[in-house]
Write a protein that binds this ligand. Structure first.
Ligand code: ADP
Ligand code: MG
Length: 345
């Protein structure tokens, strides 16, 4: 499959500040990709360069085989949805959605048909005659989505569209946006700082850090195989330790299979750790054994996260939250960490 969107060596400076540093990134047709990263890492700037609202300092942008670097925003065939509802307050949903088509001078009954269809797809048929002030935040974002999609843009850009919406509704809108994107088979670039949101929605996640793409991967690959300390810390709440420190808190025999001496950092996820009160009788040869004390535990939805002190080192262990707490604060526990689940940097 040929790339549909291509960022080629994109750099962006604001004055002295280098905000994007040589971004090289391809996006395929029909994919939903996210730009994920902490606030200030350059996500919106990269999106705005694709939309034409911002010019790159250097580099090129291609869409559908065409160099669009110097094409005006209104001629790029791109639809956008922002965090803050950008509907016209004096127009109802139908009028808002029709706006872009009217500007294109399309026949009235054709507009009516396209608008009604899109309003139906985003689930607002009951609200078509209502004004923005009469809609909830989620409904306003559905209307904004319909307005962006009705002109059949080549690409849909969404910049943190759900950040202002409360958690429960946000989750159902994530699923909805994904359904609509697939149904229309539209190429979409979605910006978020929320790793769970990126996991739920994306075909591919581009993890950004300090103006660069840190890693570009399918959600599952980013989760199971982060390629840097930053990626491991940002995704999936890995325990990230200096290898030397990890070796110093190990008890029992030294497992076979991984050469720890060659790495500086070891990372492992909280849910792959086995926890028990008594010393395990037979520790397999490829499992690291640690001994520690429960310092705290906190429920996180469907799992319970124990904070374990191994000397001065803290390790998080997650267990399913489907029964009473098994380990009280202060309890001595043993931790088993399979070597094959550890990532070395
Ligand atoms: P993100 O969307 O990842 O939070 P942005 O792309 O908005 O990050 O911003 C990246 C960096 O560029 C930030 O440090 C921000 O302060 C800076 N920045 C963004 N827009 C401008 C601007 N118009 N002028 C100066 N600095 C800007
Ligand atoms: Mg932003």
């Amino acid at each position: 499959m040929a790339e549909y969107i291509r960022f080629e060596h994109i750099c962006k400076n604001f004055g002295e500040k280098k905000v994007l540093k040589d971004i090289d990134l391809g996006i395929e047709k029909g994919e939903l990709v996210t730009l994920l990263g902490p606030s200030g890492c350059g996500k919106s700037t990269l999106l705005r360069i694709l939309s034409g609202l911002e010019d790159a300092t250097s580099g090129k942008v291609y869409l559908d085989g065409k160099d669009i670097t110097n094409v005006a925003p209104q001629n790029r065939d791109i639809g956008m949805v922002f965090q803050h509802y950008s509907l016209f307050p004096n127009m109802n949903v139908r009028q808002n959605v029709a706006f872009g088509l009217k500007k294109k001078g399309i026949a009235k009954d054709e507009i009516r048909e396209a608008v009604d269809r899109m309003i139906d797809i985003v689930g607002l048929s009951e609200n078509a005659d209502q004004y923005p002030s009469q809609l909830s935040g989620g409904q306003q974002q559905r209307a904004a989505l319909a307005r962006a999609l009705v002109t059949k843009p080549k690409v849909l850009l969404l910049d943190e569209p759900l950040s202002a919406i409360d958690a429960l509704l946000r989750h159902s809108l994530q699923v909805e946006i994904r359904r609509i994107q697939k149904e229309l088979n539209i190429t979409a670039v979605f910006v978020t700082h929320d790793q769970e949101e990126a996991m739920v929605m994306s075909d591919r996640i581009n993890l950004m850090h300090d103006g660069k793409i840190e890693q570009s991967a399918r959600p599952i690959d980013l989760y199971t195989n982060p390629q840097s300390k930053f990626a491991a810390t940002f995704i999936g709440h890995y325990n990230v330790l200096a290898t030397e420190k990890f070796v110093s808190i190990m008890t029992g025999q030294r497992p076979v299979g991984k050469d720890l001496s060659r790495s500086q950092t070891i990372a492992f996820r909280p849910e792959i750790i086995g926890i028990s009160k008594s010393a395990p009788a037979n520790v397999p040869a490829d499992v690291y054994l640690l001994k520690g004390k429960v310092s705290m535990s906190l429920p996180h939805g469907n799992f319970l996260r124990y904070n374990i002190s191994c000397g001065q080192t803290q390790i998080d262990v997650d267990t399913l939250f489907n029964r009473d707490k098994l380990y009280e604060d202060g309890a001595e526990v043993y931790l088993q960490i399979p070597a094959e689940s550890c990532i070395l940097f």
